[in-house]
Design a protein around this ligand. Structure first.
Ligand code: KIV
Length: 285
């Protein structure tokens, strides 16, 4: 199923549709957090991810840890209102699922019920396998997320690429699976319909992609993955700094600056509002 623009009457893409897309053309994923951006992304992407990266991008936090379930639900609802075709996946924020399978089910079912989205995403491999199985077995499609998992920033220590030694060992002919490969296997076996692989060197991302039954969606994980995801504001050039793996497809930050600068100058100089922006009087005789 392709996500070409302008297809009339197409039903929304489901998690099983994405699961079946393994090795069947690249899966295109972008984040969106608002109704108006979702409208555009929906025309071109298979999956819209309402990522908890909104904590950094929209709210200016240094990490994603302060993002709450209520915030994710509000943005998930906004994205659902703006989209018709893409599968909408909403991130489960920190401290809403790691405590127990029951906590995860309570949070995920609220996200599904209150937003109407088609799936949730959660971070973690082997350690989250039981939870993924519990949710998947109870009607909640789960997208996994392995490699660099930003919610674990305080145990990882930095946002650096993960598993470089493990990837190097693969090239040198090592045949024992390392921890990230084990994570990929655990997520797939637990019943996730797809998994994000973040900031992982190509040999390792390739090996996980080739050996996994579910699609891998890479972000900084090479073209070997079955699909790609990036943060919309990164590709639009709205953020001052972007990671090595981002390609900027626009410079909207600069355009916004110019527009705001011109508006301010127009107001100060009296060029705005013009006569066309002024309401005419209706005089009744
Ligand atoms: O939160 C997010 O936007 C994400 C993607 C970057 C994969 O998890």
């Amino acid at each position: 199923m392709s996500a070409a623009p302008g297809e009339a009457g197409t039903r929304r893409i489901s998690a099983p549709d994405i699961r079946r897309r393994k090795a069947d053309g690249k899966i295109v994923v972008l984040t969106a957090y608002h109704t108006y951006t979702a409208r555009i992304v929906d025309d071109y992407c298979d999956v819209i991810l309402v990522g908890d990266s909104l904590g950094n991008v929209l709210y200016g936090f240094d990490t994603t840890l302060p993002v709450t379930l209520e915030t994710m639900i509000l943005h998930g609802q906004a994205v659902m209102r703006g989209s018709k075709k893409a599968l909408v996946v909403v991130d489960m924020p920190f401290n809403t699922y790691e405590g127990s399978k029951e906590q995860a089910f309570a949070s995920a079912s609220r996200i599904m019920q209150e937003t109407g989205c088609g799936a949730v995403k959660l971070e973690g491999g082997v350690r989250m396998a039981d939870t993924i199985e519990f949710l998947s077995g109870r009607g909640i499609p789960v997208m996994g997320h392995i490699g660099l998992t930003p919610q674990s920033i305080h145990t990882l220590g930095s946002f650096r690429a993960q598993g470089r030694d493990e990837a190097a060992q693969l090239i040198q002919g090592g045949n024992g699976a390392g921890p990230i490969e084990e994570d990929g296997r655990a997520v797939a076996e637990a019943g996730a319909f797809a998994m994000v692989i973040e900031a992982v060197a190509e040999p390792l991302a390739r090996r996980i992609t080739e050996t996994s039954s579910i699609p891998t969606i890479g972000i900084g994980a090479s073209p070997a993955c079955d699909g790609q995801v990036l943060v919309l504001e990164d590709i639009l050039g709205l953020l001052p700094r972007a990671a090595k793996f981002v390609r900027r497809y626009g410079e909207l930050g600069e355009s916004m600056r110019q527009a705001v600068e011109t508006y301010a100058a127009d107001v100060r100089g009296g060029a705005f509002p013009g006569p066309e922006h002024v309401y005419n009087l209706k005089i009744h005789t």
